[in-house]
Design a protein around this ligand. Structure first.
Ligand SMILES: Nc1ncnc2c1ncn2[C@@H]1O[C@H](COP(=O)(O)OP(=O)(O)OP(=O)(O)O)[C@@H](O)[C@H]1O
Ligand SMILES: [Mg+2]
Length: 593
């Protein structure tokens, strides 16, 4: 438990050095900072006179004085008063140690992402942001000042200049405004697919075996149709032996997965899966002027499918992990990935899935990618993942229920020792304020700092549609990803196999039928031949007799031989005609199929 300590103004951190500093301008309380909080959190009421700086401020100034490049969050606050010369910052070199931006709704999380993203781009770091509500699209348009911003910049001693940050807009499978991001089902893999389908443990392992089967047979799973057809095949008569061979999958489980897949597709998910597959390396680009490329995944159109987009975000992260090379310690990250509404990712997640997240997050750091999870409460994030997040920007937490209270106490315990009354502080910071601790350049936690955040310079509302449309049209990625691509994948391959199977069976039947007809014809012919021979013999004998009897009379016609030849030829052609009839009707069938 973190016991709040009474700050001592003559403690070891107070020194002549601090007293020599120029008096800090006290611009006053922010509108949104509750006065009660100002009194209860932080230094006690008998704090130093106006010209004397609180010890906390001195600590913070020193704790955040980095030598390398850094992002600026805002000014440290004690007793509700902002100290512009005690800036709270985060070293760029520590951005790949990941972070958490948390806070109740409306406390300023999204604006924090925005102001971080702006500075990252300016310093040449590419940024990926999931824009769930569409408000981050405002980054592509210059900001508009308001009384909050005016007061804020005066308060924390900054200048503010409206500025637009050119962006790339992406969408999931073309749903909404943006270059379509698609994944092939094969690439997406069974674990993520189980998560979006809401499968249980048994179903998940069955799906894993099905993917494995498809891989081993060279069946491309591009679309949901491909996956469906593999499962359909395995549960068909033709596929049953194969299903048995895979082992561990009951027909009933396969049936459930198939049903879930169909329902998922019907919800519009078909659009997300397929080719061309998105290459997440396209997020890692800089512009000719040296600024980082800002990639915004526009999600308002799929807002009501949170399980889907959060799983897709995870896929993008996993794809980055798979494609990026290992890097040593970098001065600045190669990409910062902001994962908004992260609680959706962890809701109802399987153990495998959580493990996959934890591993990806842990290992992606050495590939130069920083991941910032954004969510309402730190308790939304599993402890294993939370432990990987070195940087914290905590906006106000709400603690209405006993459960909330418990979560609050747990959150407070995770902060480094501080003179702030941390529990009070965590529930009482104003809008656009946060309790911050990050990793210093040496990797040690910085002092806890109540921070009045700066304001974004780009628009805090959605950009007009025209801005999005023009940007998308001009994007160099449009030609690469706009049109869906088809290729011979599992669906087509299995259909062709089935057609081939049917055709072969039919062919064998025709062969057998023709053979039967040929044999019958040969038998008949033989019979006819013998009959004809006999008749001829009879006729010969009769003729001889007749000749003998009626010597030198008219010779007779041997019509029976001619008749026999005509019959033979008729029989031969009969077999072929029947054969042709059967073939034609089969071709008709296969054409319809
Ligand atoms: N740093 C800031 N500068 C200026 N205004 C801010 C700042 N932070 C927050 N605000 C104001 O507070 C409002 C809410 O902030 P924001 O949208 O970031 O909240 P949020 O925590 O993302 O909420 P939600 O959870 O609902 O998405 C903003 O629309 C803006 O008016
Ligand atoms: Mg928000």
């Amino acid at each position: 438990m973190n016991t709040p300590e009474v700050p001592s103004q003559d403690g070891p951190t107070e020194s002549v050095v601090e007293l020599r500093r120029s008096p800090v301008p006290r611009v006053g309380f922010d509108d949104e900072a509750p006065a009660a909080a100002a009194e209860s959190a932080g230094a006690p009421a008998q704090a130093a006179p106006a010209t004397e700086e609180p010890g906390l401020i001195t600590q913070i100034r020193e704790g955040y004085a980095f030598s390398g490049s850094a992002l600026h969050f805002g000014a440290a606050v004690v007793d509700g008063v902002a100290y512009p010369d005690a800036p709270v910052r985060i070293p760029l070199s520590m951005m790949n140690r990941h972070g958490l931006v948390a806070g109740a709704t409306g406390t300023g999380k999204t604006k924090t992402l925005q102001l971080m993203a702006e500075q990252l781009i300016e310093q040449g770091v590419p940024v990926f942001l999931a824009d769930i509500k569409g408000d981050l699209s405002g980054m592509a348009s210059p900001g508009e000042s308001n009384s909050f911003i005016e007061k804020r910049i005066a308060d924390i001693g900054l200048t503010w200049q409206p500025r637009a940050y050119p962006a790339e807009f992406f969408s999931l499978g073309g749903q909404g405004k943006g270059i379509p991001i698609r994944a092939s089902v094969s690439q997406f893999g069974p674990i993520l697919m189980s998560k979006v389908l809401g499968l249980n443990q048994t179903q998940e392992s069955s799906l894993t075996l099905i993917f494995h089967y498809a891989d081993s047979k060279g069946l491309w799973l591009d679309t949901l149709d491909d996956l469906r057809s593999v499962i359909q095949f395995l549960t068909s008569d033709a596929g049953k032996p194969e299903l048995k061979e895979i082992g561990g999958i009951s027909t009933a489980t396969a049936g459930v997965i198939l049903r879930e897949l169909t329902a998922f597709g019907a919800k519009g998910a078909d659009a997300f899966f397929g080719l061309p597959e998105f290459d997440s390396a396209d997020f890692i680009r800089t512009r000719p002027d040296g600024t980082g490329v800002l990639s915004l995944l526009e999600l308002p159109a799929v807002q009501n499918q949170p399980e889907v987009f959060s799983t897709f975000l995870m896929w993008l992260l996993a794809d980055l992990f798979a494609t990026l090379p290992e890097e040593g310690d970098l001065d600045k990250p190669k990409l910062v990935f902001f994962f908004d509404e992260a609680h959706l990712l962890f809701n109802g997640a399987s153990k495998e899935f959580l493990n996959a997240i934890q591993q990806t997050v842990r290992l992606i750091r050495s590939k130069g990618v920083g991941v910032f999870f954004v969510t309402q409460s730190p308790k939304d994030v599993p402890a294993d993942v939370l432990a990987q997040l070195g940087n914290r920007v905590q906006h106000a937490l709400r603690a209405f229920t006993p459960d909330d209270q418990k979560a609050l106490r747990a959150a407070a315990r995770t902060y480094p020792h501080t003179e702030y009354d941390i529990e009070t502080l965590l529930t009482s910071t104003g809008i656009g304020e946060a309790v911050i601790t990050v990793l210093s350049e040496k990797g040690a936690p910085t002092p806890v700092a109540w921070t009045r955040m700066r304001s974004p310079q780009s628009l805090m509302d959605p950009s007009p549609d025209a801005v999005l449309d023009a940007t998308i049209d001009a994007s160099p990625l449009k030609s690469k990803y706009w049109e869906p691509l088809e290729r011979e994948s599992a669906y087509e391959m299995l259909e062709a196999e089935a057609a081939k199977r049917t055709a072969e069976e039919e062919q064998a039947r025709i062969e057998a039928e023709n053979q039967r007809i040929r044999e019958a014809a040969a038998k008949q012919e033989e019979k006819e031949r013998l009959a004809a021979e006999k008749a001829a013999e009879r006729e010969r004998i009769a003729a001889e007799k007749e000749a003998a009897r009626r010597a030198k009379e008219d010779p007779g016609l041997v019509g029976s031989v001619v008749k026999s030849g005509a019959f033979r030829s008729m029989l031969r052609s009969a077999g072929t005609v029947i054969g042709r009839e059967i073939t034609r009707s089969i071709l008709g069938n296969s054409r319809r199929r």
